[in-house]
Each structure stands twice: as structure tokens, then as C-alpha cells.
Design a protein around this ligand. Structure first.
Ligand SMILES: [Zn+2]
Length: 418
């Protein structure tokens, strides 16, 4: 081929490209994304994606549309300035009580939104006989995503947990098959007899349904040692809740952590905080965490008996671990991605592009704070997590300081109720 022909062809290609260039640019401009909402200037902590850095987060259609160091404000229909605040996946609290058992509930399920909780897992308030009302009254109506551990006892908490005939794995599993979208595991709690029946039946249901179980050990009795529960009986992925309750044989005579606990954790048993009204003692938590025994998942065990006591809310329980020496990214990991994995819902607990925009925006306050346990034992601390904004599917559902609102003078005449 002669050189001038090659040049000719190159020139032709160039002319072709130049001719279509305006068209390409036009298409690009037409496709330039306009986001629904931009969280601008925050510090993102997204443990699943190993991000702990300044990032803007854009949302479209209730989903994460972009995460980048710099997203121009002009590309979003609305912008919330979150400078100086942390942005994280919405918290996942895997131990709550938001069903009123056979009365269904009264929608206090949304109380966790104030503390950044976008997914709340009811821990066995209902069994299969009482779950339909809970589903109708709470799960279908709450703004929070509500999931559940089904109580192995058909009548749920406080009624039939010690009636052996009510602990029927086959009946529970048959029921679970109809409610797999909402039931993430099986719970047993408050068992008082000196036998393993409740644990065995929950485990059988867990095996049949291929779901994890969560155990509140109830009465700690020598005939069924706790060491055997976490050392042998629970399978990897099963959850023991209330890890710092006073009854756990936690420390040796020198006040050091007994090694079987870390061994069980290494074996894959998930230790859940489950603070509650009676299940978090600094006498256990301070020496245990000093020796490296932290909860895999941070949870509240929130119910009406503890919101005005030492527990308070998810942010307060997370703050307790922060002040015991767990780093902020670790606290967030154990309140987002770790619980998402524990309930086998890997679609939650992170802010990957495409994921649902469930987001907690919070401040880490610095100052003189105090935290108390279920015995009234106090620990002083210098940091406190305070939730400023909670977003559920991209919509602001909690706004502590009116950051997403307009000045009243700027509202249109027909402004809707917020
Ligand atoms: Zn509980």
C-alpha cells in the first residue's frame, strides 16, 4: 500500500470522527446524570467497602448512585451539607423487641430511626402463632425495615417459652417457609429447666430451615453449662446474645478472660451485645474487652423497659464500645456489615453503588460523658455518637438539626407536611 493512501485513510477517519464529535458530546450531555440527592462534604465509613475517607454520596431512585471524592453540587436536585459529619450505612440492630406479641404492635418500631437504625430485627417477641399480627401491624407498616428471629415457642415471648409442647420445630419451619422474606432466624429465650430441650429444638428448626439461631440462655444452670453451649452446641453462624450478662462465666480467679470464649468466637459463634435492661455489666465488659473479647455484633435489645435507663438507644450502646477502646470504624462495622452477614442479608449494611440508600449521618461529639450499665456502674468517656440524619431508601426520616429543611421564609405557599 502506498504511503499517501494510508495518509488519505487516516485523514478520512479523522474527518469522520470530527463530524460525529458534536453528536457524541450532545449524547454525553444528555446523559449527564442528575441525582435526586447529594450528601456533600461528609466523612464516609463503609467497612464492607473498606472506605474510611472523605466522600460525597449521591442518591437516585432510593439507591446509591455515586460515591466519590468530589461530586459537583450542580448535578443534584437537592444537596445536604454534611461537612464535619460521618456518613455510614444505616445501622442494623439485630436484637430489638418491637412486636407486642399477640396484639401485633403499636409501631414504636421506628424509634430506632432516631439513632440511625434502618434495619431492626425483632428477637423472638413472636412465635408462629402470634407472628401474623406482628407482620400485619408492624412489618408491613413501619418505616424501618423490620425482620425477625421467630421464637421457637409458638406463643412467643413470655407466654409459652417454657411449655415444651409449644416448642415444635416442624411447625415453626412450616410457618417459616411462608415468611422467608421477613424471618432471618430462630430464637430461644428464657428457658428455665435444667435440660437442653429449648436449644435442641431451636437447633433442629435451624437445621431444617437452614437458618441461624439466636440464644438467650435464660437460666444458667450447672446441668447445662454455658461453656458447652458456645463451645460445642452452637454451630458457626449461630448467635449467642447478652455476652456481658453477669451470669456468663467470663473471668478466671485473676480476673482474666477465660480462653474458651475467644475459642468459640474463632470457631464462628457470633457473640451479640444485646444490652437490654439486665444484660450489660461493666464488671464483665471492661476486663473482657481489655483481653480482646468484643461483640461481633452490637445490638440494643431495646424494649420499653430500657429506653430510659442505661441502654437508651443504639447510638448510646455504640458509644459505650467506642469509649471502651474499640475504634470508630470497628464500632461501625459491628453495627452494619457484621450484622448484615449474621442475618445473611448481604444486600444490606453497605453503601455500594446500586445498594438501597439506607444511611446514618452522625456526629462524634467530644466532651465529658458518662455511661452506665444495668447495675448502675458508671464509665466516663470523651466521645459520644449522636445521629443527625437517617435516610431510609434515600428519604430523610430523621433530621435532628433541620439540615435537610428550607428556611421557613423560602417555603412555597402549599408546602406539604414534613
Ligand atoms: Zn431480647
Amino acid at each position: 500500500m502506498r504511503p499517501f493512501l494510508i495518509l488519505n485513510r487516516l485523514a478520512f477517519r479523522l474527518a469522520q470522527t470530527l463530524a460525529v464529535l458534536p453528536l457524541i458530546m450532545l449524547v454525553a450531555v444528555g446523559q449527564a446524570q442528575t441525582y435526586d440527592l447529594l450528601l456533600k462534604g461528609g466523612h464516609l465509613i463503609d467497612p464492607k467497602n473498606e472506605i474510611d475517607a472523605p466522600r460525597d454520596v449521591a442518591i437516585t431512585g432510593g439507591r446509591i448512585a455515586a460515591v466519590a471524592q468530589e461530586i459537583p453540587v450542580g448535578r443534584a436536585k437537592s444537596v445536604i451539607d454534611v461537612t464535619g459529619l460521618c456518613v455510614a450505612p444505616g445501622f442494623i440492630d439485630i436484637h430489638v423487641h418491637v412486636f407486642e406479641n399477640d396484639r401485633g404492635g403499636d409501631l414504636w418500631a421506628d424509634i430506632g430511626l432516631r439513632a440511625g437504625v434502618t434495619t431492626a430485627v425483632d428477637a423472638g417477641s413472636a412465635g408462629w402463632r402470634t407472628f401474623p399480627a406482628a407482620r400485619r401491624e408492624v412489618i408491613e407498616r413501619a418505616r424501618t425495615r423490620v425482620l425477625a428471629f421467630l421464637n421457637i415457642a409458638a406463643g412467643g415471648i413470655g407466654r409459652s417459652e417454657n411449655k415444651l409442647d409449644d416448642l415444635d420445630p416442624a411447625a415453626a419451619v412450616k410457618f417459616i417457609e411462608q415468611h422467608r422474606d421477613a424471618i432471618v432466624g430462630i430464637k430461644t429465650a428464657h428457658w428455665a429447666s435444667a435440660t437442653w430441650d429449648s436449644v435442641e429444638r431451636a437447633l433442629e428448626a435451624g437445621r431444617l430451615a437452614n437458618l441461624p439461631i439466636m440464644v438467650d440462655f435464660g437460666h444458667f444452670l450447672p446441668q447445662r453449662p454455658f461453656e458447652e453451649l458456645v463451645g460445642k452446641r452452637l454451630r458457626p453462624g449461630d448467635i449467642y446474645t447478652h455476652l456481658y450478662i453477669s451470669a456468663v462465666p467470663m473471668l478466671d480467679h485473676q480476673g482474666r478472660l477465660r480462653p474458651y470464649l475467644l475459642e468459640a468466637q474463632r470457631r464462628g459463634v457470633i457473640f451479640d451485645a444485646g444490652h437490654g435492661q439486665g444484660s450489660f455489666s461493666y464488671r464483665q465488659a471492661v476486663p473482657a474487652t481489655r483481653d480482646g473479647f468484643w461483640p461481633n455484633t452490637i445490638s440494643t435489645d431495646i424494649h420499653k423497659g430500657n429506653i430510659n435507663r442505661g441502654m437508651k438507644d443504639m447510638a448510646n450502646v455504640m458509644s459505650k464500645f467506642l469509649n471502651l477502646g474499640l475504634s470508630l470504624p470497628e464500632v461501625i462495622a459491628r453495627s452494619t456489615w457484621a450484622p448484615a452477614r449474621a442475618i445473611r442479608r448481604p444486600e444490606y449494611g453497605h453503601l455500594t453503588v446500586g445498594a438501597g440508600a439506607d444511611i446514618a449521618v452522625f456526629k462524634v461529639l467530644k466532651g465529658d460523658f458518662g455511661f452506665y450499665d444495668v447495675l448502675g456502674g458508671k464509665v466516663e468517656g470523651s466521645q459520644k455518637i449522636e445521629c443527625e440524619l437517617t435516610l431510609r431508601d434515600g428519604e430523610v426520616v430523621w433530621d435532628l438539626n433541620a439540615r435537610s429543611m428550607s428556611r421557613w421564609q423560602d417555603l412555597p405557599p402549599n408546602a406539604p407536611t414534613k
